[in-house]
Design a binder for this molecule. Structure first.
Ligand SMILES: Cc1cc2nc3c(=O)[nH]c(=O)nc-3n(C[C@H](O)[C@H](O)[C@H](O)COP(=O)(O)O)c2cc1C
Length: 434
């Protein structure tokens, strides 16, 4: 277990974060923010005031087109559409902050390794070592269709991603220690003997070059990974600094940690660091918080929720009955999320309606509901009982729910001595205690 809780803000550069319909809330500022980077910069400063380790942008560069095999509902309800580029936004957030880590999801499906190393390396250099990358393999059919790429089967996507990472490591280590001389007297910029040629000819990628970027103050960007199928866990153990996981409740989180620890130990790997997704729903009283959650649920059109769950789980749920219990279904999309969803309430499975609403609220991330004290209690309990490293905290209404968490919950965690009052390090990696 980490010596303190780490917090990462889990966002999307689109009209909503994960909670469908919040863009239409009278108090929500996301629509303005989509066209005004200063509002995002305010948000980043609020998170830095709350000593968050970083921001972490989900990204699905494609449209949710699985439900009814069309895009109409995704477009009608703005279900993570439009989908703006998170890295462009992160460079503006770097300028507004000093400590906040800056992580983006970038799919290995739609981007060449060289581009990812170059783009994130540029962000890492400009921000003084604060870049992070959530490595995903592209579970969304709409992404493959948008880029005109073949949809590879689930495990093959991970095989391809392993090769992808091999090439990234070669590019990251190409510019060796002491390579940059920047000697103004001799006018020699760098020592070519310390810049290794990369010659990669693999099954999926070819690349012949040298590392494209200035060496990072944190070695390389912090690597996150969010796949949690068996093959996904193998990939995570090999590559990830922090694994982002979604489980619907505390027993599910504990089981996930036990299984994942055992898998890592069996492979002789170090103890994995896990960040669980949580969605705080705050109120002045418990009843007020519960009423707030109910109102959020009621504002989610069921068709929009079905669009989200169909896209992520890779199953067109339009042919399923809403009030029948859901079983695990074979999928080539997110097997980890399918498994988490199929575990239901523990004693009984979710019905499709219940699962869809959970997806509409926050892709199955559990809501932590109550007064600030109760929310702090629940976070502390999850942290102590699972030994997780961090939480990916996803907001609801923007930006007020972020400010409420920072102003009302963070001071309680700080008073309990389980959350920082000052940043310890300079880089994202240092602050995450990796
Ligand atoms: C919490 C969580 C967040 C994810 N975020 C994204 C995302 O932003 N973009 C994306 O393309 N895939 C995302 N995924 C999908 C996974 O990275 C992965 O590609 C997918 O779950 C398939 O892997 P699995 O079967 O091993 O779980 C996410 C998955 C999880 C569990």
């Amino acid at each position: 277990m980490a010596d303190q809780i780490h917090l990462v803000s889990f966002l999307i550069h689109s009209p909503i974060n994960h909670t469908i319909g919040t863009w239409a809330d009278p108090g929500d500022n996301r629509l303005q923010a989509m066209a005004d980077v200063r509002l995002w910069q305010d948000l980043a400063r609020t998170l830095e005031r709350g000593k968050f380790d970083g921001v972490f942008f989900a990204d699905t560069p494609g449209v949710f087109d699985r439900y009814r095999d069309r895009v109409d509902e995704a477009v009608r309800y703005g279900v993570c559409w439009p989908t703006h580029d998170p890295v462009v936004l992160l460079s503006a957030l770097a300028a507004a902050t000093e400590h906040l880590g800056l992580a983006a999801t970038i799919s290995t499906g739609a981007n060449h390794p060289y581009s990812v190393v170059r783009t994130l390396g540029s962000l890492d250099a400009l921000s003084g070592g604060r870049a992070g990358w959530n490595i995903v393999t592209g579970h969304l059919r709409g992404e493959h269709r948008a880029y005109g790429l073949p949809e590879l089967p689930h495990d093959q996507r991970y095989d391809r991603a392993d090769e992808y990472m091999e090439l990234c490591y070669a590019l990251w280590s190409s510019v060796g220690e002491g390579a940059i001389l920047a000697d103004k007297a001799t006018r020699q910029f760098a020592d070519p003997d310390k810049v290794a040629r990369v010659r990669h000819a693999g099954e999926y990628f070819n690349c012949e070059t040298v590392g494209p970027v200035w060496p990072s103050p944190q070695g390389r960007p912090v690597l996150f990974q969010a796949g949690s199928s068996g093959r996904g866990q193998q990939f995570a153990i090999r590559h990830a600094d922090v694994v982002f996981a979604v489980q619907p409740n505390l027993p599910g989180m504990k089981k996930f940690m036990d299984d994942f620890r055992a898998t890592a130990a069996a492979q002789g790997a170090r103890e994995p660091k896990v960040s669980f997704g949580v969605q705080p729903i705050l109120g002045g009283t418990e009843a007020e918080a519960k009423a707030h959650l109910k109102a959020l649920e009621e504002r989610i059109p069921i068709e929009a929720a079905l669009t989200r769950i169909s896209g992520t789980l890779g199953v067109d749920f339009s042919a399923y009955e809403l009030d029948r219990p859901l079983q695990e279904i074979q999928t080539q999309a997110s097997q980890g999320l399918m498994k988490a969803m199929a575990s239901g309430f523990g004693d009984r499975p979710f019905t499709l309606r219940e699962a869809a609403i959970r997806y509409g609220l926050a892709i199955g991330i559990p809501q932590i509901v109550g007064t600030p004290e109760q929310v702090a209690d629940q976070l502390e309990q999850i942290w102590r009982e699972t030994g997780c490293h961090a939480f990916n905290v996803t907001p609801t209404v923007m930006a007020s729910s972020v400010a409420a968490f920072v102003d009302e919950v963070v001071p309680i965690l700080q008073k309990r001595g389980i959350y920082r009052t000052e940043y310890e390090g300079r880089t994202f990696r240092e602050n995450l205690h990796l």
